[in-house]
Design a protein around this ligand. Structure first.
Ligand SMILES: [Mn+2]
Length: 422
């Protein structure tokens, strides 16, 4: 038998790599939808295991943040072990590290299924295995606590000769910071075949020479800043070839920001029609099983924007759940058209009129006017505009207020969601 034939007789090494499951993460504040959201992260793990079994892979890699936080009970741990037992029945081992969310100092423990190898905190350790005659060296370590700013790439061992070398690392892949700082160039320089990364919740891959670095993203998004299809990686390494990998979808509930262009609309009915069309388009695309949507209404003119609180409530009630069982509305936000006054001036003055007649409010407006005159006067002197102070003093206080309202903006509808750390 020729050497080539001998090589060809050995099947390629195949494995699945996932990270950042954040199993059983508390669902976001979406009324009534906590069950599907909680189930989604478990379903993603089931799909990862299904793929391992269906593709008859050699092993599974889990690159940190399996759990989101200290466990309140053992339910996620039991679920995880049940899934690992499915792999154990097919003799598929699992290699796992802890990340910043499930660091060794967290109250996450208990027995692991016997096929799971968990790397310990401290310097990276090497675990050597044989898969059908192919030696593989796994190098990894677990976070001891939530931050690991002093990590040094030099602590990873030299590649084992004659083996396929795989590094597991939970890193932000930034030159400095709390999450195992390092760079792709440093990882390439190590001479490994594959780097199984975790932490960034979006897919990233870097290839150079015989090495592939992958961060697979997270298997199931949990908030609007984790938008789109999510998955894990299926990787193949044929003898003498660089690794080949591609993402497979595991998310069953995809987050989506739907921007509704409300420019030129004046009625709630028109807006409703537009939202209905956008949601139908989304459903017809068919690239997800379910969606959690943020409806972002942009360019609203004064008529719509003036009633934004009631409209936002009405649209959320109208479209959440009842439109289609596959669509959850996470939130409705409305943004004004550019340069739109915060409040329609005439309307605001009409609303203020009864109060302006009250002497204390009138007094307040006068004081405001006086303070404004002083401030603008000082500014005017600095800018060599001596007439400015007098002009402001002569102005009608309600006109000044009107001007302030015209120029005013508020960001109450526009606040980004609380951005959790990875
Ligand atoms: Mn992380």
């Amino acid at each position: 038998m020729s050497q080539n034939a001998a090589f060809a007789s050995r099947p390629p090494l195949r494995f699945v790599h996932c990270a950042d499951l954040h199993l059983d993460s508390p669902p976001p504040g979406i009324a009534g939808h906590s069950v599907p959201f909680r189930q989604a992260s478990r379903l993603a793990l089931e799909r990862i295991v299904d793929t391992c079994l269906g593709e008859e892979v050699d092993f599974l890699l889990i690159a940190g943040d399996l759990y989101d936080r200290d466990l309140q009970d053992n339910a996620p741990l039991i679920f995880f072990n049940q899934q690992m037992h499915r792999l154990a029945e097919q003799r598929i081992p699992v290699f796992m590290i802890r990340g910043n969310h499930d660091a060794a100092n967290k109250s996450i423990g208990g027995l692991l299924a016997p096929n799971v190898h968990l790397f310990l905190p401290g310097d990276p350790q090497t675990e050597r295995r044989d898969f059908g005659g192919q030696a593989v060296a796994f190098h990894g370590w677990s976070y001891a606590q939530e931050a690991e700013p002093n990590f040094q790439i030099s602590t990873y061992p030299e590649p084992v000769a004659g083996a396929i070398n795989i590094g597991l690392l939970h890193t932000a892949l930034e030159p400095q910071g709390p999450y195992a700082p390092c760079s792709p160039a440093q990882l390439f320089a190590k001479g490994y075949d594959y780097w199984a990364l975790g932490h960034a919740h979006i897919e990233k891959r870097f290839a150079e020479g015989r090495c592939l670095i992958v961060n697979p993203g997270m298997p199931q998004g949990r908030a609007i800043d984790e938008e789109g299809s999510k998955g894990a990686y299926l990787v193949t390494i044929s003898t003498g070839q660089p690794p080949e990998g591609c993402s497979f979808k595991t998310s069953s509930l995809d987050w989506r920001r739907l921007v509704i262009d409300a420019r030129g609309l004046s009625s709630e009915n028109d807006l409703e029609r537009l939202i209905r069309r956008a949601l139908n388009d989304l459903l017809n695309q068919g690239d997800a099983e379910r969606w959690a949507c943020r409806l972002q209404i942009e360019g609203a003119g004064p008529e719509l924007y003036g009633q934004r609180y009631s409209i936002v409530d009405a649209m959320a009630r109208l479209f959440d759940g009842s439109f289609d069982a596959r669509v959850f509305i996470e939130r409705v936000v409305m943004k004004p058209a550019d340069h739109q006054p915060l409040v329609e001036p005439s309307a605001s003055l009409a609303a203020l009129a009864p109060f302006v007649q009250a002497s204390d409010v009138a007094q307040g407006l006068e004081e405001l006017s006086e303070a404004l005159a002083k401030t603008l006067g000082a500014l005017g002197r600095e800018l060599d505009l001596p007439g400015l102070e007098a002009e402001v003093r002569e102005a009608d206080p309600t006109a000044l207020l009107d001007q302030a309202l015209r120029d005013g903006r508020d960001g109450r509808d526009d606040r980004p969601p609380g951005e959790g750390k990875r």
